[in-house]
Structure formats: C-alpha cells, structure tokens
Design a protein. Structure first.
Lengths: 267, 267
C-alpha cells in the first residue's frame, strides 16, 4: 500500500495539465507533486490511440520509478484511450480527467442536455459522451463541438481578447442555441478561457471545469485510502521531454510563476 | 549519378509541405513525386534542433530507400536546422525552402527592408534572417514576426474569414508600419492565406511564396544536372506516420483532391 509521504504524479502531453496541478495544489497544499509534460510528443490529440497508449505507458513508468502513490492522467486524449491499460499495469490508483467532469455534468444538469467542448481528438473519441451516459440515471443528451483554436489562443496569451471572444462566439453559439444548461470544458487549457466562455454562454449555463473536479476526485481517493499528506508545504517538480524554456514561459500563463525546477529528460 | 526516371522525394513534418508539392506538380508535371508527412511527430516547430535533425534524418533515409533523385525538405523548421547534415549524408541534391525564398526577397526589395513571418521556431532560429543577409549585396534590414495562429486557422479551413483577417491585422500591422516592401511567407501553410495577407499588407508590399520559389529551384537543379523528366504524367504517392484520414481531409484544403494513395508507415 502506498504511503502518505509519497508524491502524486501527474502527466500531460504538454503544459495544459498545469491547470490540474494548480487545482490539486490549491486543494491539497501539503502534497508533493511531480509533473511530467511530454512536450517532445505534444499534441497527443492528433495521434492514433495506439500511439497515445504507448506514450502514456512510458510517462507512467517514469513517474512510477519516482515512487508516486497516485497517478493523475491530466491529458484528455490520454484519459480517453489509455486509462484501462494504465490501471492494469500500475499498482497505484489512476485518475483521469474525463470521469470527474462527466460525473459533475450529470449532477448539475436539470434539463438533461449537456454540452462538451474539447480538442478534435477528445470529441472524436466520444469519451465524454460515453462517460456522461454511464453516470446518468435519467436520459441525457450530449451535444459536442471541437474547438481547435482555443489551445493556440491560450498559448498566445490572448485570454481576454476580442479575437478570442469572436472565436468563442463562432464555436459556442450553436451549442447555446441547442439549449444546453451545462457545458463541460473538456480540455485542460480551457479553464484559462473560462471568463470568455462564460460571457458567450451567459449566466444560465453552468460550466464544468474538469481540472477542479479531478482535484476533488484525487482528494477523495487519498482520504478513502488514508494516504493523504496533510502537514507541511508540498514540493513541486517538473519534467519535460523537450523545450524547458518554452514550458517555463507558458507555465507562467497557467501558474503565474512555476513553483519548482524544470528538468529535461529523454523518454 | 541519379537518373531522370527516378522520383523526387519531399518531406515535411505534416501537411503543410503540400503547398510545395503543388508548386512542383504545376511546374514539373511529368515528375514522379513521393511525399512523406511525419504526422506522428508534427509539429517540428516546438522541438529542439537536435530532435528535428534526428527526425529529418529518418525521413530522408526512408525516401532514399525509395530511390529518389532529389530531396526537398519542405519543412521550414527542418530546412533551418538539418540541411547541412542531410547534404553530408545523402548522395542526391537536397533543397530546402528557406534559401529560395530568401534569395527572391533580396531580388525584390528596393528599400532594403524585408519582413519575414513564420512559426515561432522558424523565426526564433533566425534562418531566414541569416539567409537573406547571405544573399544580399547591399545592406538589408530584416524585421520578423511569429504568427502561431495562422497554421491552426488554415487547418480550421477559415481562409477568407473575418477572424483570420483580424488575426492577420494584429500580426502584420506592426510589420507594415515599419515600411517593409517585401514580405516572405516563411511557413508552408501561409500561401493558403495569401489573399488575406495581401489585403492587410496592401498592393505596395510584394509577397514571397517560398513554395513556388522552391519549385523553381528544383527545376533549375534538375535541368542543370540533366535529370529532368519531361514526358508522361507524373505519379504521386503519399506516406504519413500517423492519421492518414486526417491527412486526406486536410490535404483537400491544399490540393483540392489528393492525387494518389496515402499509406501509413512506422518510422
């Protein structure tokens, strides 16, 4: 059984998973966190499931060797296709970002009409759609929309920007028109656009931030296993497979300042 | 010495190099063309030079095994960092996309003030800037600007679009304000935005399309070596390292219809 003193491992294809790290840090400030961004192979969204599973296994192996007590798959694409394989191969709890967001969406909807946005690959995989149906007790309809420009707009730093608002309006107006009452932000970059998305969707549509839902799930699992670390200040370490400078630069958009060293590794 | 009946090999990190294939097809319709899109590793622009050189070597080896007579590196990032290595290791002429565009820009400028746009990596590499200085006989100044949203806007298919125009205005107005008289489209995707870019820059700024300049260079080399194929209709073959369906879909934006089979290979 893992011990409370061991770190939590988080991997993503790139920098986006930092929204998940941020929420875990906020909710569980004493935990030691190790983040791996597979920046040499980003984006996973355009790769085949077979390839994504292979990359994910490699990431998990690297983090397991560092003695983690729980693995967070902070990448939607990887959560969609590799969770079962990772659970079968690793002797620690594995948490993805899709189930927590899907569960929350089901909890929040009163009209039974849920919207999901994400990268092309996430939407095409149907993973949120399937997860929502699994959690729903009453019939729900899911309408989804890929928003491929949101990630580059975030990485450009154009968060509250007329161009980003116009793109959001283009992507989201059809979803709004369908009368959804809940919208799942199904990509780790999207919480940075929450203000813009909220403005387009209006106050009557509830937004589900998968990053904060995932952090809640991590907390629940650690507590139920009695391995939550609840004293001291947690340390953070960052590993990337390419371009540590760019990671640091983009990391500032997500976290203000990166609270730890960034090392480049070869996987 | 290579023979005229052998094919020309073209590689790019993804789909963008199809603008180069298109120009070569137009100029040299009898040539057999083999295109390799390393879609499992796209984009190269965010990788380190070391990584890009490794990928480029692998791509070149694959095409050399198919018996090509000339290698076109249709990827700006790869042209910027791997051309010398590829020339040293392969016994066929190797043509990149940077030199031809740089040479044309020098030829066209009367004010000695040249603008260059491209991906972040291409601009950061300084490759166009250096190539332009090499070709210039008189002093020239180069002002450059990364335009990271142009590639995803092209791949969204928003070619003549108010959002794309607004992004172009944001990126290009500062360049226009500096009084350049030539602008190099330093990314293989950008010829698809030529109309929009021209609208923002106005008729007094000449645009250099690296793809068509590269095709001219290929023609020149084949003719000077006496290995141009000038009869019959050329065949086209396409290889990708991931996602042939997506390649076909995006390929239509570039070529109308893909004039040949797309096979997935493992590199």
């Amino acid at each position: 059984m893992p011990k409370s003193s061991q770190p939590i491992g988080i991997f993503d294809s790139g920098v986006g998973g930092l929204t998940v790290l941020k929420e875990i840090s906020r909710l569980l400030p004493s935990e030691d966190l190790i983040y791996l961004g597979d920046t040499a192979r980003v984006p996973y969204g355009t790769r085949s499931p077979k390839t994504v599973i292979r990359y994910s296994q490699r990431n998990a192996e690297f983090l397991m060797r560092l003695g983690i007590k729980l693995l967070v798959v902070a990448c939607n694409t990887s959560s969609a296709v590799s969770l079962e394989v990772l659970r079968a191969q690793n002797a620690v709890p594995v948490v993805g970002v899709i189930e927590p967001g899907a569960r929350k969406a089901v909890e929040l909807t009163t009209k039974g009409l849920i919207g999901v946005i994400g990268t092309e690959a996430t939407i095409r995989s149907g993973a949120y759609q399937k997860a929502i149906k699994r959690w729903a007790k009453n019939p729900v309809r899911v309408v989804s929309r890929p928003c491929p420009l949101f990630v580059p707009l975030v990485e450009e730093g154009w968060l509250e920007d007329p161009i980003t608002k116009e793109v959001a309006r283009r992507y989201l107006t059809p979803l709004k028109g369908k009368g959804i009452d809940v919208l799942v932000l199904g990509c780790t970059h999207y919480p940075l656009l929450e203000g813009t998305i909220r403005e387009v969707m209006g106050p009557e549509v509830k937004l589900v931030n998968s990053a904060s839902e995932t952090a809640l799930e991590v907390k629940g699992i650690l507590e139920s296993l009695g391995i939550r670390k609840s004293f001291g200040e947690g340390r953070r370490r960052f590993f990337v497979t390419d371009g540590p400078e760019k990671f640091k630069h983009l990391g500032k958009l997500f976290l203000g300042e990166l609270p730890g060293e960034v090392d480049e590794i070869d996987l």
